[in-house]
Design a protein around this ligand. Sequence first.
Ligand code: HEC
Ligand code: HEC
Ligand code: HEC
Ligand code: HEC
Ligand code: HEC
Ligand code: HEC
Ligand code: HEC
Ligand code: HEC
Length: 409
Amino acid sequence: MKQIFKFLSIFLIISGMYFSNTGCKREGCTDSKATNYDSKAKKDDGSCIYDTVKPITYEDKYIGSEACKSCHTTIYDNFIKSGHPYKLNKVSGSQPVIPYRTQTTPTPAGYSFTDGTITYMIGGYGWKARFIDNKGYIVTQLAGSQYNLVAGTQSVYESAVAPGTKKYDCGECHTTGWKSVADGGSRQDGLEGMEGEFFTGGIHCEACHGKGNKHANTKLAGDITLNKDASLCGQCHTRNSDYSIAAKDGFSQHHEQYDEWLTSPHKTNSIGCNDCHDPHSSVLNDAVAPGEGVKKECTDCHSSTTYNANKHTGNTSIECVTCHMPYAGKSAKSYSKYKADVSSHIAKINTDTVITYFSTDGKLANVDGKGLPLTFVCYQCHKDENGEGGSYSQKTMLQLSTKATGFHQ
Ligand code: HEC
Ligand code: HEC
Ligand code: HEC
Ligand code: HEC
Ligand code: HEC
Ligand code: HEC
Ligand code: HEC
Ligand code: HEC
């Protein structure tokens, strides 16, 4: 009897355990993504343990154009022959090397590339060069404080500003990674005239695409900035904060391509900078540099039959840009009252005889919004009534207007 009782009670205990196991749900970790996942568990008891793989984080920093070269070789090769990277050149014992320039660049009196008196050369690729002294100030007032490349002449930068006082605060548009002293930046190279610090002089890949360290590691498109809008170029190719076109001495000032474009028919029709330009290739040296700085010509979009440029007796081969993008802006030098050295981006031509293009104080251009006056378009070649302008036949504004109206018809 005792034996039977003992056997029974053991049976009851075992079966009880059995029933309690199947009757209630088995508890454990039910998440298959966890390391202790229990495939038999029916009810989650909150015990799951996860393998926390840390996502690799990349420092958000500049790495320099050289680091992009291995994967974007063609773009790099085009870019390194264009003007952007040569905007601010560190001087280390000799004249900085600039593509397509073999000539000697003369320096201001008392300054030299070889004796440490010049620390940086500003520009020197397209129009002109200026110089930074060994305390970080831009050289002013002295003869030769500006060198004009195409004309091959020296001139004076800021005649009223004493040397050793003009701080270098141009970095926003001339360097990559500029941080001004006002924004907490240091003074580049510890020079007192430097109003900020930068990662590198010149407009490099990351000036337009942002810090590239993460992207260069992941190779993902989403890890780099790509802004195709004209407003990107407008960060630097502008002057007045309200985008009006600043003028001086009868010309638009330079770096106003964006401001001029805003008043052009191309802006109205959403044809932006990058519809005509390849931002990685040189425009100024388009004929010799690799790539196509101007990737779309006027006649790629406007029929050359409709807009026949061959309407001139005695001159049958004028290019569209000669009349529609005349040198109505000035950077380094003007060659006549009607021709300086920066191509206009206004495109439209106004055939009126009376000019209302400049504001009455002469400080703004294209204020009437009618486009380029015939003075810039035609007097680059023809002489005006006073004999000023180009070298071809003298023409009155009325004669010009008569020929210009309906020019292509
Ligand atoms: C290790 C190779 C590698 C390096 C280094 C590299 N890239 Fe790239 N980059 C790529 C690849 C691959 C793509 C194409 C990604 C895609 O389309 O998914 C790309 C695409 C891009 C794009 C286009 C993004 C888009 O939205 O279409 C830009 C801009 C770019 N890279 C800029 C840079 C810059 C600037 C640097 C240097 C700071 C750089 N890359 C360095 C491999 C690289
Ligand atoms: C708002 C942006 C901006 C600022 C600020 C700016 N620049 Fe420039 N600069 C440009 C652009 C864009 C160009 C080239 C296009 C042009 O001149 O039309 C240029 C061209 C130049 C050139 C000729 C470069 C060459 O290769 O021929 C020199 C020299 C120059 N700037 C000096 C200065 C100095 C000095 C300062 C500061 C006192 C300054 N700039 C401030 C945008 C700027
Ligand atoms: C002046 C600004 C600017 C600079 C400097 C610049 N880019 Fe670009 N980049 C652009 C713009 C704008 C586009 C878009 C062009 C378009 O498709 O209209 C672009 C497009 C690209 C693309 C994707 C499209 C393509 O053409 O394959 C890559 C990759 C790229 N850039 C890499 C670079 C590298 C690498 C450098 C330096 C060697 C560089 N960029 C320098 C403005 C710039
Ligand atoms: C961060 C400022 C900055 C941005 C953004 C910028 N530029 Fe420039 N650009 C300059 C400066 C400064 C120069 C003068 C460089 C020199 O001549 O040394 C210049 C020169 C040029 C030149 C003449 C040089 C050559 O090689 O032909 C062209 C064309 C040009 N830029 C087009 C563009 C276009 C198109 C964009 C937009 C995709 C753009 N830039 C964006 C500052 C900038
Ligand atoms: C990528 C295409 C494209 C290129 C390249 C281009 N244009 Fe245009 N342009 C247009 C479009 C679109 C319009 C507006 C429609 C029209 O009038 O044909 C326009 C309008 C104009 C107008 C005003 C037309 C009017 O009836 O008032 C002028 C002038 C003009 N373009 C001149 C030029 C010149 C000069 C060039 C070369 C420097 C040029 N365009 C290059 C697309 C382009
Ligand atoms: C000798 C100077 C000259 C040349 C070269 C020239 N144009 Fe014009 N173009 C003009 C003048 C002037 C007007 C203004 C006509 C008017 O308003 O009646 C004009 C007007 C235009 C217009 C505006 C539409 C119109 O009929 O008013 C377009 C678009 C245009 N030209 C495109 C071109 C293209 C494309 C080329 C090159 C194949 C070219 N032009 C070459 C002087 C020129
Ligand atoms: C309709 C086409 C077109 C558009 C849009 C356009 N450009 Fe240009 N750009 C040209 C052509 C063509 C030249 C060369 C002119 C020449 O050969 O004299 C040029 C020249 C330049 C130059 C060299 C300056 C000089 O004196 O030659 C700069 C800088 C420039 N463009 C910047 C820009 C910027 C920034 C934008 C946008 C705000 C822009 N461009 C929009 C066609 C265009
Ligand atoms: C690239 C130089 C150049 C430009 C720009 C230019 N012309 Fe001419 N033009 C000439 C030459 C060359 C002749 C023939 C020789 C002469 O008259 O001295 C000529 C002849 C003329 C003639 C007389 C012959 C004819 O075909 O009727 C008129 C009128 C004329 N141009 C008007 C204009 C007008 C209007 C403009 C501006 C919209 C203009 N030209 C722009 C070079 C130019």
